[in-house]
Design a protein around this ligand. Structure first.
Ligand code: CA
Length: 230
């Protein structure tokens, strides 16, 4: 999952960024509203954390402009004051949820997990499953046939991305866009390296292979051999 944090207070921004990166999120940051808008319009973020009080363009305006352009990335607003007006104007502008400063990192993470589920899965279950492969987005635990797998944070992020779109072919670029932040270049090569490791950890030793190469496109996670087309 790739997140954009928009926050002009460097300490808070760094605090959130570190917390999210520890959980395996790819994190980009913006320190003012104009920069945030430009980034969010050209990058497919999975989630946004958006402060209301920002230089150049405030968070409410950024949110309104994104919704006008039909960017429907779930947005968690940060507000410094617990006033009804702030919360109402944030939600009216198209934000999905809000959090009042100061907040506990654990609450921010829980709210982002809930927003991620709302957007990406028909069922709101925090547990994703494909055949005997099971991934719990709360505990960050993944297992196959009941056996816990030891994955790095980025390996976890790649397989989570494939599991959320199970059955569908995802391009290397799509996978990279959701797993790495903008500081990483030559992503397609990186994706291949991670898939190789994931095959070793997830499919090796199992007769049923779940990770499939889709020629000319990228990869697909499925218990079946054929590609879903809708
Ligand atoms: Ca601020």
């Amino acid at each position: 999952m790739r997140v954009l944090i928009v926050e002009d207070e460097p300490k808070i921004c760094t605090y959130i960024k570190r917390g999210l990166e520890e959980q395996g999120y790819a994190v980009d940051t913006a320190a003012n509203g104009r920069e945030a808008l430009e980034l969010a319009l050209r990058t497919p973020f999975d989630l946004m954390v958006l402060d209301i009080m920002l230089p150049e363009l405030d968070g409410i305006t950024v949110c309104e402009k994104l919704r006008q352009k039909e960017v429907c990335t779930p947005i968690l607003m940060l507000t410094a004051r617990d006033t009804v007006e702030d919360r109402v104007s944030g939600l009216d502008a198209g934000a999905d949820d809000y959090l009042i400063k100061p907040f506990a990192l654990s609450e921010l993470l829980a709210r982002l997990r809930a927003l991620g589920r709302r957007d990406h899965t028909a069922t709101k279950s925090p547990v994703l499953a494909v055949a005997d492969l099971t991934l719990d987005t709360r505990s960050h635990r993944i297992s196959r046939s009941g056996k816990t797998l030891e994955l790095t944070a980025k390996e976890f992020a790649v397989i989570e991305c494939l599991m959320r779109e199970a059955g569908y072919a995802l391009s290397r670029q799509t996978i990279a866009d959701h797993v790495w932040d903008c500081s990483v270049f030559n992503e397609s090569n990186i994706v291949d390296v991670y898939i190789r490791n994931l095959r070793r950890k997830i499919d090796a030793g199992h007769e049923l292979k779940l990770i499939h190469t889709v020629r000319g496109i990228g990869y697909r996670l499925s218990a079946e051999d054929s590609v879903k087309t809708t």
